[in-house]
Design a protein around this ligand. Sequence first.
Ligand SMILES: *Cc1c(COP(=O)(O)O)cnc(C)c1O
Length: 427
Amino acid sequence: MSRQYQKETICIQSGWQPKNGEPRVLPVYQSTTFKYESSEQMGRLFDLEESGYFYSRLQNPTNDCVAAKICELEGGVAAMLTASGQAACYYAVFNICEAGDHVVLSSTVYGGTFNLITCTMKKMGIECTVVDPDAPEEELARAFQPNTRCVFAETIANPALVVLDIEKFAKAAHEHQVPLIVDNTFATPVNCNPFKWGADIVIHSTTKYMDGHAVSLGGCIVDSGNFDWNAYPDKFPGLCTPDESYHGITYTEKFGKAAYITKATTQLMRDLGSMQSPQNAFLLNIGLETLSLRMERHCYNAQKTAEYLEAHEKVAWVNYPGLKGNKYYERAQKYMPNGTCGVISFGLKGGREAAARLMDYLELAAIVTHVADARTSVLHPASHTHRQMNEEQLKEAGVAPDMIRFSVGIEHIDDIIADLEQALAKI
Ligand SMILES: *Cc1c(COP(=O)(O)O)cnc(C)c1O
């Protein structure tokens, strides 16, 4: 490639590069396995002495092309797809943590991630300290322990819409010699590149804006290649000392900047599964082609909707980082000058009860668990996605009991506002 393309171009052109006479569009390599001429060659693949496809649980050409596109959008060095965003969260952390280790976790992360790290991984012997993402530096520093192995937070928290001070978190992580893992699902690489601000690993639920049409679950892990694992071999023995399950390969020695992703693919994917199906990766790729176009419209529509709601007499509060009076307005301008995301949240003067009625009156906006796709949708986190949390946990997660999560789609803005107007008139 002769020049570094803009994101709009990467969305369309990156990944699949057909050779002479090959299909123009990325094919679905719907095959579990790949054929070789000699037994010896197959043996070298298993020893990681040679690179090549042999079984789709580890790698598949369709998936790799899509991972390469996301990698380029994020400005990373290596990436892999997973079956879901949850699998991406799990692998990203588990790749560098084992029993006896510790994670620093932002309190406002997605409910599924919160459960994964505070409950399920705890059963695996991995402890965690939950921190307020807006805590001052000194308080953040106190969350670290000698056995801390990573920090985990979200660029824009789902659903609290807290915008992360990425630089503050990266500084705290690096001062304690561990990487910062950022879930960039809501902002997407179109609106924010966390690597530019010091994050080391980025993960995505590609189920949301990347797929964009609510058709396929998926996740992605991208490595910036910037974290120097070898500087702290005692903290990251899985990367810096021989892997007995691969004939004594040391990932950092053999794979350099690709060590982290190579370990996650060859070891975690081999043993735990959670591969994204090639069919889903194919659909994800089609979604990615229009990601930058769609994000522009999502952000435009969300801004207009937030402004409309803010001016409405029945609305008690509106949370959207694009609103001038928002707590995170300045921070969003710094990290995401072109826009944040299409998700807004608000509460009604009538409280929780009015929220439920409003949702029932909406006609265009559908009640679904999903967010961040082309269709406008609505959810009540306290009774849906976050219903397993108690009052205290809800508060820490930034989820008010009356909070309505409104995911603004890419329909015409007049139709979205008209739908809200008719429903608000009835309560
Ligand atoms: C949805 C979501 C996840 C989980 O992703 P799945 O693809 O549903 O497994 C993780 N993080 C964030 C921020 C999300 O919005």
